[in-house]
Design a protein. Structure first.
Length: 392
């Protein structure tokens, strides 16, 4: 009872005061995912010009396809010399055959569209062929939805190229796009996210090197009065000193002197925990898969899909280079036929590709040993014209 009165005379109990948190200086990462634009120009800039894996994949396909030997033949014979072959050998005064075809294949891989314009007097085959940049061309649809013309813009001037009737002066080769009636879908568009991831991982690694390979963290300050508040001028001075003396490769390994209640609290993962090299390798394999290039040919470690380099090289030519070259040269042949009125086919000759020599020998051996086939049937299976036409 006496204790009760003693507590009453002391007065009411003081309310509890909640301690204020200490002021924190934190360096954190990005607040959200940022993807690059998906138009052809932006993808070419970030993918081909700014990513080594995509650059090498496009260059490897375009250079390999442009180096394939071409043959021209009709149903009766194969021509060693032909005006169409001569035109492709020297398409214009600025480009040779390899440069012309490499630009054509490259534009198709980067944008899904390739445009070839014919220059001439309209009598027979064109006098020259020129590859036009897809970012300067827009399809002008007609009333029925099909292309009525193409609009070419350069230097602030526009020029319209009619699509018909008659022989069109422009050949538009495009990849398959299920959601677009006029433009093709490029492998670069399919690999855009992998390109962004690969580029972001490279930038992150560079930032870690510039920051002495240290993760982000926080400087926590506990004031002497226990309130944890820092004056604005003190806060600004501390931030400037950290940016000046403890960031960048030049300050790598410099010890941080903490005074006045400052404490360093790590807030991020170490580079080994983040494993950005594995992220880059996975993104590189996705880029290679989108273009149809075995990662082994690009120097990307990882999945051992092919037993050796030769097997990967054969698969690259058989599954990627030859189908692309066959489709493009076939489209050029169909277009050039309209100028001459002839009927012929231009295609790559797989028998002259060194990477496919082993497959060629096996194929020729199987056909040659097939005793139930006539000589004409064997020649047809090998893609050769009839012997009578060759002898004549």
């Amino acid at each position: 009872m006496l204790d009760y009165f003693r507590k009453s005379r002391r007065g009411p109990k003081a309310p509890e005061a909640k301690a204020q948190p200490a002021r924190v200086m934190a360096w954190a990462g990005s607040s959200g995912v940022v993807w690059s634009p998906r138009d052809g120009t932006a993808l070419t800039r970030t993918g081909f010009c700014g990513n080594p894996v995509a650059y090498r994949a496009v260059s490897l396909i375009a250079e390999s396809a442009a180096a394939l030997p071409l043959v021209l033949q009709d149903r009766a014979r194969r021509y060693a010399e032909h005006p169409a072959l001569a035109l492709l050998a020297r398409p214009n005064t600025q480009q040779g055959r390899a440069e012309f075809l490499e630009a054509l294949y490259g534009q198709l891989l980067l944008t899904g569209n390739a445009y070839v314009e014919a220059a001439g007097d309209g009598d027979g085959l064109p006098l020259a062929l020129h590859v036009l940049r897809p970012d300067r061309i827009a399809v002008v649809p007609g009333a029925d939805g099909w292309p009525a013309a193409w609009e070419y813009t350069v230097g602030g001037r526009k020029r319209r190229i009619a699509a018909g009737p008659g022989v069109a002066a422009l050949c538009h080769i495009r990849s398959f796009h299920p959601l677009d009636d006029h433009y093709g879908l490029s492998p670069m568009q399919a690999a855009a996210q992998a390109v962004d991831v690969h580029n972001a991982a490279s930038r992150w690694s560079k930032a870690l090197l510039d920051n002495a390979a240290r993760p982000s963290g926080a400087l926590v300050w506990h004031g002497s009065d226990g309130m944890g508040q820092m004056a604005q001028d003190q806060f600004d001075r501390l931030r400037d000193e950290v940016e000046r003396y403890h960031q960048g490769a030049r300050n790598a390994g410099r010890p941080m002197l903490l005074e006045g209640g400052l404490d360093w609290k790590p807030m991020g993962f170490s580079p080994s925990d983040m494993e950005f090299h594995r992220t880059k390798e996975a993104a590189a394999r996705e880029i290679a898969s989108a273009f149809g290039v075995p990662p082994m040919l690009l120097g990307v470690p990882g999945d051992a899909t092919y037993a050796n380099y030769q097997e990967a090289n054969r698969a690259f030519f058989r599954l990627t280079v030859l189908p692309l070259a066959t489709r493009v040269t076939g489209a050029l042949a169909d277009w050039l036929e309209d100028f001459t009125g002839e009927s012929f086919d231009i295609r790559p000759d797989p028998d002259l590709v060194p990477a496919l020599a082993a497959e060629r020998d096996q194929h020729w051996k199987r056909v040659g040993e097939a005793m139930f086939l006539t000589e004409a049937e064997k020649r047809a299976l090998l893609g050769l014209p009839a012997r009578e036409a060759c002898d004549g």
